[in-house]
Design a protein around this ligand. Sequence first.
Ligand SMILES: *Cc1c(COP(=O)(O)O)cnc(C)c1O
Length: 428
Amino acid sequence: MGSTLPPFFSYKKGILCCESIPLSEIAQSVGTPTYVYSTEALLQPLRELQSGLKGIDHLVCFAVKSNSNIAILNLLHQAGAGMDIVSGGELYRAKAAQVPSKKIIFSGVGKTQAEMRDALLSNILSFNIESDAELSALNQVALELNTHAHVALRYNPDVNPKTHPYISTGLKENKFGLDKNEIRSILDRMDSLKGIKLCGLSIHIGSQLVSLAPLEEAFTKLSSLITEVEKRFPHQLQWIDLGGGLAIRYHSEKPPSVQRYCQLIQKYFGPRSSLKRPMKIIIEPGRSLSGQAGILLSRVLYRKPRKKKDFLIVDAGMNDLLRPALYESYHEIVPIDQSLNRGRKKFTDVVGPVCESSDCFASNRPLHPQLDSGDLIALLSAGAYGFSMASNYNSRGRPAEVWIQNHQWKVIREREKFEDLVRLEKLC
Ligand SMILES: *Cc1c(COP(=O)(O)O)cnc(C)c1O
């Protein structure tokens, strides 16, 4: 197991840098824990997707929930991306990031009527509908506003994405999407839903998909559903939304390349596919754009030596990066000082200061025995579902966020202060 660094992170003169900026410089000025992002690393996979989908009318909608900082949303928007949102709060963020509403699609199983109203008034591109009851509610809200909603039905193709059960969404036992019979019965009453305009079909089978096989199975099933819908409502469908879910490398995974992913889309939905007529293709990548672009920079507080393995207590906690506690997920941990990356290693548990046993970033990780109080470390590939899942548990302010652009670093979100923690509370 080598600790290969993600693109745009490398040791220069013995110090780990993001693009050209030493992470120690950021820690010194902004403090720790801090999320640090490379804008080049954010843009590179977007450009790869856009060029891989050449020849297909397409829109890449970034999954806002993976990283919702408005600077990042704006950066991706300026590079041509739309947004995939799952709440009214994310709609607000997308608009604050100046993303045009016509490039916003609204996913999620539990949209409230207030959220539907806001999104309708904003004139978003599409609502991805996940249940019959939700569709009825949206129809009613649209009629009240004297308008109609553009809708894609989210199909649950019942394929096993072979990912962690918490991030699998395309099995029939998952709460997500509609099965074929549910879709058929919606089609039966489509004509009576005057507030709804059916424009598309969508799927999203899960996250961190390390193989294309389940996607290919889903694409096959989706293609036959497209044919069926086209028979009943010729020329009704305008776009097909293929979801997100492409994996990144956290540890030893070998995720499919963006190129191969795009080739698969071309095969099923491109100009030479068996589709009767070309349709716009939407994809909703989150992790594959933001995941490897960010690290969590943290400082070692204490080493606690034990016979078999030592504990390294760091100043980042599960409130800052929840994924290891929530999914037992792996994040590579490297010292910022390269000299602490060489030579003999000792099994170490890297833990945070939060009062929970699950506040553990790594167990039995071989790390340099000299790594100690004051040293800086980076938790790699923390750009997706990192800050966006952060909380204030243990009354800890959420970390600062910094990005590097054109050889300069900038704070894109200030560290939360104690005043921020109690701002909405009252002494009664
Ligand atoms: C979370 C989610 C995505 C993004 O998934 P990634 O694994 O981050 O690419 C896309 N579409 C929907 C509907 C989602 O819920």
